[in-house]
Design a binder for this molecule. Structure first.
Ligand code: PEP
Ligand code: MG
Length: 461
């Protein structure tokens, strides 16, 4: 059936089928939204949409058969501080409702029906982790500045407008990445221009005059379009996603840009295009923004005409052509989550190849260094907003190659700030140089871990 309405009805029938089977099997399951006590959710898979609905529930941890560490499901869980172990293969077939399990997201481990001594050991670890986190609260209001007085901007990555204020409470000095496509990941579907405007304006007001980088929709791949399409793409990560999807759906794109521009009258809003792969794509996106700007001005709507326009560098093509991009963009943000998947040809959401998804791969480190170097030479602001920015293992390397802006899940800000305050730029440069000299990712990881431990010996992670 090609009619989207009928395709939707098919889902209703499947839902009824599931419910009938559940009743026949006599399973009185609780609805996730109305749980009576805290639970760990074990499932085959969760889409980002389903994960987005867990925030207000009593789900305290998640274990999944599918997915990988930088899938959007994992990113969402992390940003809400829910431990999650993802990509376990067949965990859902080994556990039953009521089992006691430990979800150890640090070591990506699930322990079923633990012994008393294992439980006690994990209770102690949990306590150590919470002592460490509380100790970090002490530096919340101190500046992110290295020992040799170089200021580092730590921004937050957010998925929902209210998180911009929460990020600042954690010590962020703005929003480096607002993943706006989460506005789509609600049962109601596509948001209107006004709904978008309210979300962007609220995120902007929550940032109290600090920068808010609104990334245009990164739909496609694992978000939204596949579940809704009649025929799914064979390679969605290489498919009609992100800026490609927006440029193919110009009406929808323009509605978003109008909403962003309207919000730009309320604070320091910047607009960022994801997955830009060629200058033509960037120019087309920028032209669409200017069209929206002219329409709004004709309508007498207030906006910031000089809004900063940037791109995410998340494909090898953009990294290689960075010098040309620097002539046309106001800022650049390295989306290492995608950059790694495309550099190493590893689907970031596929648990079968997750051992090949290696941020410390020498090719990844060199690409980051080259992009940062080109941006610094051209005096174009450059940041990292992929997960690497929030991982203490890479902080010294990133500072050492010349990054001065890192954007991450708010929960990671205190620890990264602590590291920043313990290091000097010259020390970070030495670490980066040494890391770039290794041939294999193992050497890189071991070396970076040793250097990090010297600064943060009591980190329980
Ligand atoms: C990235 O790719 O690094 C990024 C920050 O964007 P997302 O994780 O939303 O794809
Ligand atoms: Mg990305």
């Amino acid at each position: 059936m090609s009619d989207p309405l009928l395709v939707e009805r098919m889902r209703d029938v499947q839902d009824i089928e599931r419910r009938l089977l559940r009743h026949i099997l006599g399973e009185g399951r609780e609805d996730l939204a109305h749980l009576s006590k805290p639970v760990i959710l074990v499932a085959h898979d969760l889409t980002p949409t389903q994960t987005a609905q867990l925030n207000d529930t009593k789900v305290i941890g998640v274990a999944l058969d599918s997915g990988a560490a930088t899938s959007h499901t994992a990113i969402l869980l992390q940003s809400w501080g829910r431990p999650g172990v993802i990509g376990l293969g067949d965990i859902s077939t080994h556990l039953s409702g009521g089992d006691t399990i430990i979800v150890d997201s640090t070591n990506q481990l699930v322990i079923a029906n633990p012994t008393e001594s294992t439980l006690a050991e994990y209770r102690e670890r949990e306590a150590a982790y919470s002592r460490f986190s509380h100790a970090l609260d002490d530096i919340k209001d101190l500046p992110a500045i290295t020992c040799d007085e170089t200021p580092i901007a730590l921004y937050s990555n957010i998925e929902f407008p209210y998180e911009s204020r929460a990020g600042i409470a954690k010590g962020a000095s703005g929003v480096g990445l607002y993943r706006t496509e989460f506005l789509f990941l609600r049962p109601e579907g596509a948001p209107t221009e006004d709904q978008q405007f309210i979300a962007y304006r609220d995120a902007t007001l929550g940032a109290d005059g600090m920068p808010v980088t609104i990334r245009t929709f990164d739909l496609g791949a694992d978000k939204y379009t596949q579940q809704r399409s009649y025929e799914q793409e064979r390679n969605p990560m290489l498919g009609l996603r992100s800026i490609r999807y927006s440029l193919r759906n110009l009406d929808m794109f323009k509605v978003q840009l109008r909403a962003v521009l309207r919000a730009s009258a309320h604070g320091d809003v910047r607009v960022m295009f994801p997955l830009i792969n060629s200058l033509m794509e960037f120019r087309q996106a920028k032209m669409t923004l200017h069209d929206a700007m002219e329409d709004l001005e004709d309508e007498g709507v207030a906006l910031n005409r000089n809004i900063k326009i940037g791109i995410m560098v998340e494909t090898p093509a953009a990294a290689i052509q960075i010098k040309e991009f620097c002539r046309e963009v106001d800022f650049v943000s390295l989306g290492t989550n995608d950059l790694i998947q495309y550099l190493l040809a590893v689907d970031r959401g596929n648990e079968r190849v997750s051992q090949y998804y290696i941020p410390s791969h020498p090719a990844v480190l060199r690409s980051i260094r080259d992009v940062v170097r080109a941006c610094n030479q051209a005096e174009i602001e450059c940041s990292v907003c992929g997960e690497m920015a929030g991982q203490p293992l890479y902080t010294m390397f990133l500072l050492g190659v010349g990054l001065r802006t890192l954007s991450m899940a708010p929960a990671n800000i205190p620890e990264i700030k602590k590291l920043v305050r313990l290091t000097t730029v010259s020390q970070a440069r030495r670490v980066a140089r040494r890391a770039l000299g290794f041939d294999t990712d193992r050497q890189v990881t071991n070396y970076l871990r040793d250097e990090m431990r010297k600064l943060l010996p009591d980190d329980p992670i």
